[in-house]
Design a protein around this ligand. Structure first.
Ligand SMILES: [Zn+2]
Length: 272
């Protein structure tokens, strides 16, 4: 797994927003999230968007989805014609489901309707096959080439959001996305994963809205211990959490014995 963006939504962390590419035997397979800056980082990683079998969008917050259309536009310059799978959450309130989210951009009344061919049956230049996952339902399985992807709703305040587990080549990676880590459905899915990508968005002493959206370091440590994951990569750093990084690492280390790495843009983190 290679991190493309290890930052959050505020442009003060000198990191791209959320994005991860999963590779198998060195070949790019899928992208998890497409926040701002991910398109540039993808080029720096030597990955072309048209190489991807699928894009998984954990939720439609801007820092997880803003570069999606830029990546699709880039791929339109390639010879790719095979459909691309796009997995995303169901919707509620001000957060449209992944299908209407795309319609609002690429549909007939969308801002970028000149790229509407992606949503048409015949696909121009290729078709996006949208798989919407009900965040209140059971975990779903997706077959993505040689990979098996599982998705399930995760608690991110009022925002419909998904966590993913990607399995292939004998190893597995759990992507928690933005969430509090207190829903047993994701814990069950992530159990025993070789690598757990945890979002370090808040320091331990957080309250209010931030704590209703994100896991604290103690919650990350307890989750990693209880789910018996092989190792942890911290990502989705923000200035407020980086300022307290040493404290966060100590708190996680008090609860979890495994290796904890501070993820960085373009860093490679093998699952094994
Ligand atoms: Zn979010």
């Amino acid at each position: 797994m290679r991190v493309l963006g290890s930052g959050g939504p505020i442009v003060d962390d000198e990191r791209a927003s959320s994005g991860y590419v999963v590779l198998l035997d060195g070949e790019p397979q899928l992208l998890v999230d497409a926040g701002g800056g991910v398109a540039l980082r993808m080029a720096q990683a030597g990955v072309a968007p048209e190489q991807l079998r699928a894009v998984l969008i954990s939720h439609t917050h801007v820092d997880h989805s803003a570069d999606l259309i830029a990546l699709l536009k880039s791929a339109s310059f390639s010879s790719r014609r095979e459909p691309m799978t796009l997995v995303g959450p169901s919707g509620t309130g001000p957060f449209p489901a992944i299908g209407p989210f795309l319609e609002a951009q690429l549909g007939d009344a969308g801002a970028w309707r000149y790229l509407g061919g992606y949503l048409r049956e015949e696909g121009q230049p290729f078709r996006l096959v949208v798989e919407e996952v009900d965040v209140s339902g059971e975990a779903r399985a997706h077959s993505i080439g040689p990979l098996r992807v599982s998705s399930v709703g995760v608690p991110h305040g009022p925002v419909p959001a998904l966590g993913f587990v990607v399995e292939g080549g004998g190893s597995s990676i759990a992507f928690g996305g933005d969430q509090r880590l207190d829903d047993p459905r994701f814990a069950e899915l992530a159990r025993g994963a070789d690598l757990f990508v945890a979002h370090h968005a808040i320091p331990e002493e957080s309250g209010g809205v931030a704590a209703s959206l994100h896991a604290t370091p103690s919650q990350i440590g307890a989750f990693a211990r209880d789910a018996e994951v092989g190792s942890v990569v911290l990502s989705h750093h923000m200035a407020r959490s980086l300022e307290r990084l040493d404290e966060s690492l100590a708190i996680i280390g008090e609860r979890y014995d495994g290796e904890v790495t501070v993820g960085a843009d373009l860093g490679c983190y093998p699952a094994r």
